[in-house]
Design a protein around this ligand. Structure first.
Ligand code: DGJ
Length: 313
């Protein structure tokens, strides 16, 4: 199946696919792609696919009129501003918690006027593509929390977000039901201003990719690795070119097939002038025997979810 980078992607109805700053969750043989949808009263949309190429629109899973319900944490439950306008929901990520049977979404929340809330927000649902119930936004331990990601490691889950006005990266271990933070496991990259964190685990090593902070303009991606996740990450190494082939990390997709496992960098190619003209790029990752990584920039490649093979065309 052909992945064609940098073009406008459409769903199986021919409508433009809105899943920016997103994340994917595999449930059986189906992948769910969640991402920002800034149209009308929408915040997060969800698409489903069995081959990672044909995406069927499933639901606008978070909207201004989504049901809101407090859940343990004292949080701001508003999904609209006082004047009725929209707030900002960015980088939604979803995991499935087996213990509670709930799909749990974490995201970055701003008030729609400025970027000073710097809050994390949580929503849950009984199904992957149902109407998520919003549980509000808050600042973890009072800290700022902007660009974020979720990462599952066995039965534990972690929420990572840029803190202290983006200067540092925080990694929080979540409580068992993943609805609140258990502890600040690590803070790292002190003063290095990294955004757009994206994690993957391969052969017992954890890799994290991130960008520098330049608004919507692309910059140099860097990665770091560790064998002990809760220790956090150390020195950053450049990967890709100085604009990461005109993209910013969204998440790393793992495709486990019958022959091999492929790891794919999924990035946003933002259009800073016209957000709705933003595109997606998918680039296979190549890991060397010494654990170093390369992003293989390409215009198109063939992805076979059965075998797990990526073939650059
Ligand atoms: C870069 C971030 O990575 C995006 O998610 C978004 O917050 C833009 N900055 C806004 O300028």
């Amino acid at each position: 199946m052909l992945i064609e980078n940098g073009t406008i992607w459409t769903d199986t109805d021919g409508a433009v696919l809105h899943a920016h700053g997103g994340h994917m969750l595999q449930v059986g043989d189906t992948w769910y792609w969640y991402g920002e949808d800034r149209r009308d009263n929408l915040y997060v949309s969800c698409y489903a696919s069995k081959d990672l190429v044909h995406w069927t629109f499933r639901n606008h899973v978070l909207r201004t009129d989504s049901p809101a319900e407090a859940c343990r944490v004292r949080a701001d439950l508003r999904l609209t501003r006082e004047d009725g306008g929209k707030v900002n929901i960015e980088r939604p990520k979803v995991l499935y918690n087996e213990k509670t049977g709930k799909y749990v979404m974490w995201m970055h929340y701003e008030n729609g006027k400025d970027y000073l809330c710097a809050a994390a927000a949580v929503a849950t649902c009984e199904t992957p593509d149902g109407d998520f119930v919003y549980h509000g936004s808050f600042n973890p331990y009072g800290e700022m929390s902007r660009d974020c990601t979720l990462f599952q490691d066995e039965d534990k889950a972690y929420f990572l977000s840029a803190s202290r006005d983006n200067a540092d990266m925080h990694m929080y271990r979540l409580q068992e039901d993943w609805l609140n933070i258990e502890k600040l496991s690590a803070n790292f990259w002190q003063g290095e201003y990294r955004e757009a964190p994206a994690l993957v685990k391969k052969d017992g090593q954890y890799y994290i990719f991130s960008s520098f902070c330049t608004g919507w303009a692309p910059n140099q991606c860097k990665y770091a690795r560790t064998t002990c996740l809760e220790d956090g990450f150390g020195l950053l190494t450049k990967v890709g070119d100085e604009t990461t082939y005109h993209s910013q990390p969204a998440f790393i997709l793992t495709v486990e097939g019958s022959e091999t496992t492929s790891y794919i960098y999924v990035g946003d190619r933002w259009d800073g002038q016209d957000y709705f003209n933003s595109r997606y790029v998918w680039f296979p990752l190549e890991f060397a025997a010494d654990g170093s990584v390369r992003i293989i920039s390409c215009e198109r490649f063939d992805l076979d979810v059965q075998t797990g093979r990526c073939t650059i065309l």
